[in-house]
Design a protein around this ligand. Structure first.
Ligand code: SAH
Length: 376
């Protein structure tokens, strides 16, 4: 294993568990996928990891070096053991969450008997064979599909079947007893926004007897949850017409009549909502660039100011923007809604999206419920 010295200011963060070494934080050169040891100024080992390319030079994998196949054979089963926390009535969840599972840059999602692998680092490309060798017997899944779409790694659409038969273009999975269609080849992310599972369950509990608007609905996960929870009428809004079509179908496969609800393929920022008891707001990430923080805060504020004009009782809001802290995001939401609201609930990533404590930047998901003060 090659041994490379870290720069003086990189030793501390890596020793405290940060999973990334930037290009200028290490002196050395290796091939993507090579295991490397990382040393301090006196030549003592601080950590080990796998060589990447681009801004992140090394994905740190731990303290005591192992050949990569052995590390995979240990870390993937450890991640898979979390299955028990997800609950029995669910067959769609994240099996491996990259840095949060000691496998920086490697994501594996399970959709029934299909595993979807997504690489956020070139480092794992060479090890895909080993990854499949570990995952097939570990999970008993029929298919492993690699989903592309990460600019710096593959920069292309679609995906490729790595093991087993090709996955169906669209098929149903079960989440907390609710059915949802998934498209692993061309759906968003790896097919579904798995990170909102527990929040969809909360909405199911809050929807009874209420009129609900679900902004940025994608294929209607929050909408179906609300309808199953007894909502009077659910309105789903997403700019993507295909997602709205899938939302209708998701109502049907759950035994709900879509004609009793409303579906709009249009811009949610401009949606002219009628007075509604519960409004769910889950926009796409509004910023990636640090300097765009201010613009993103402005967009959240304007969006919530508009929502506040027709939400009569509850607003459930979410953000997947890693660039804004919970506090800064919530400040924008509060400023938009105005003073007549109280916070009822806050939460973040679910248990199948663990975040390493040495990697606070890995926290991104924010969710909060607000209720009108005094029902005014
Ligand atoms: N709540 C969803 C996930 C939402 S992701 C779930 O639980 O599955 C964000 C969604 O916003 C995407 O489906 C995207 O198509 C949609 N979107 C992006 N810009 C939009 C806009 N201006 N108006 C409406 N929808 C938009």
């Amino acid at each position: 294993m090659k041994k490379f010295p870290l720069t003086a200011d990189t030793v501390g963060p890596v020793a405290r568990g940060h999973p990334w070494v930037y290009h200028d934080g290490v002196r050395g050169k290796a091939e993507p996928g090579d295991a490397v040891e990382l040393l301090d100024g006196r030549g003592k080992r601080v950590a080990w990891g796998v060589w990447d390319e681009g801004t992140i030079a090394v994905r740190v994998l731990g303290r005591d070096p192992l050949p990569i196949p052995q590390h995979l054979a240990r870390a993937l089963p450890a991640a898979a053991r979390r299955r028990q926390l997800v609950g029995g009535e669910t067959n769609a969840y994240r099996l491996c969450n990259g840095e949060g599972d000691g496998l920086g840059g490697l994501v594996v999602d399970r959709y029934d008997d299909v595993l979807v692998v997504r690489l956020y680092s070139k480092a794992w490309e060479r090890h895909l064979g080993t990854i499949c060798d570990v995952l097939m017997p570990l999970t008993g899944c029929r298919t492993i599909f690699r989903r592309f779409g990460v600019g710096r790694v593959d920069d292309k659409q679609g995906g490729q079947t790595l093991r087993g038969p090709d996955p169906a273009e669209v098929f149903p999975v079960v989440e907390n007893g609710m059915k949802l269609l998934v498209r692993v080849r061309d759906g968003q992310k790896t097919g579904l926004f798995l990170d909102q599972r527990e929040h969809r369950k909360l909405i199911r509990g809050w929807a009874a007897g209420r009129t609900v608007v679900n902004l940025f609905s994608y294929n209607g996960g929050f909408s179906v949850a609300a309808a199953l929870g007894g909502a009077k009428r659910v309105t789903s809004v997403d700019v993507a017409a295909g997602a709205i079509e899938d939302a209708r179908e998701n109502f049907r496969i759950n035994g709900l009549d879509p004609s009793a609800h409303a579906f709009h393929a249009e811009d949610a920022f401009a949606f002219a909502g009628e007075p509604s008891d519960l409004v769910v707001v889950d926009p796409p990430s509004l910023t990636h660039a640090a300097k765009a923080d201010q613009a993103a805060r402005g967009a959240y504020k304007a969006l919530h100011r508009h929502v506040g004009t027709y939400a009569t009782d509850l607003v459930a809001s979410s953000s997947c923007t890693a660039r804004l802290s919970f506090e800064r995001w919530e400040e924008a939401v509060r400023e938009g809604l105005g003073g007549a609201w109280a916070g009822l609930h806050r939460s973040a990533e679910p248990c199948d999206h663990p975040v390493a404590v040495g990697h606070p930047e890995g926290r991104y998901l924010k969710f909060a419920l607000y209720g009108r003060l005094g029902g005014s």
